[in-house]
Design a protein. Sequence first.
Length: 393
Amino acid sequence: MVLTLLAALVAGAFLAPAVSDLVSLAKLARSPKQRPRRSTPDMPPRLLFLVPAHDEEALIGSCVQSLRRLRYPADAFAVWVVADNCSDRTAALARQAGACCLERTDPARPGKPHAVAWALARLPIRDFDAVAIIDADTVVDPGFARGLAAAAPLRAKVVQPFNGVRNPADNALTRLAAVLATANHGLAFLVKTRAGLNVPLGAGMCIGTEILAREGWQAFSIGEDWEFYALLTARGTRTHSAPRARLYAEEARSLRQSALQRHRWAAGKLMVLWRYAPRILRSPHIGPHQKLDAVGELLGTGPAVHAGLATGLAAVLLFTHAPGARVLALALAASLARPAIYAGLALRRDPDPWRSAAAFLYLPLYTVWRLGVQLTALAMLGDKPWVRTPRNP
């Protein structure tokens, strides 16, 4: 009975995103067919690009240079780097690449969330329509700013750009990450936006200055992106997808290199789920569909962990003949349909689909490793210090 109850809870958590998507598709099917409106504002929105950076001398130059090369009016954007507790040449190289730079020294409060809050308190954000927070290990597409501007007016909006992979062809690990990026930002998030649901936030999030003035920056956990998404959702503030604004992050090339990052992401998300799921469920500002979708997102473990847990738990249920084993095993198997469909659609958009499909042969090994990461991430729960992910040379 204990196993049955556990399996029912897991199956429910895994099926929540699929149920939310089905409701979204039903809404879209009932609504009149409308072509997406592309905004053409008389004046381009003024954008401030804020790059928090800690010891990023290897990558800060390419990040700033990509921002300086934007196809956007030069007087309509500014690039600021906050060199946070740096012991290398990050600040000098940022200025050399063409950015303005703030230098912060506060060893007692390190990390991206504190650097962002510190910089926002010192920058003239009221002179801009929105602030986009750009990670130092990313580069942006030349059309990135125009992609954000397409969602104008921006002052009272939060917009999430497309997060792609900067080095997809390196190996199977980076190819899998690129497929997942397309599945999320190119497909799932588009469905959410069109159905009126919030999209999760991540690298490059663009926050309207009216939102910042009203809400401030209040996300200081090791999962600050998920925390800000949960906080805004509970308060009824919309977050939109901007798939034409493309940003590319440097993906870890090995399991060892990505371990710290995956531990931080997993622990941060679990902590946000624990703290914010009750607020979201009690919120008077959002409806049942948004509550289901947001909690489903926070419960999500990633496709690899999802596949490993669903397959393993279904096998145990059938082997032990637990009560309701067949029904629950079927539900667990059905929950895999959503990630499989999105992965298949993402592969169709991949520039090298056959090699990316072959990368899925690496999935069993990766799944075992990710299950271990998910388990050991429990040791990071609580207000742990921020740890920087190792960078590729």
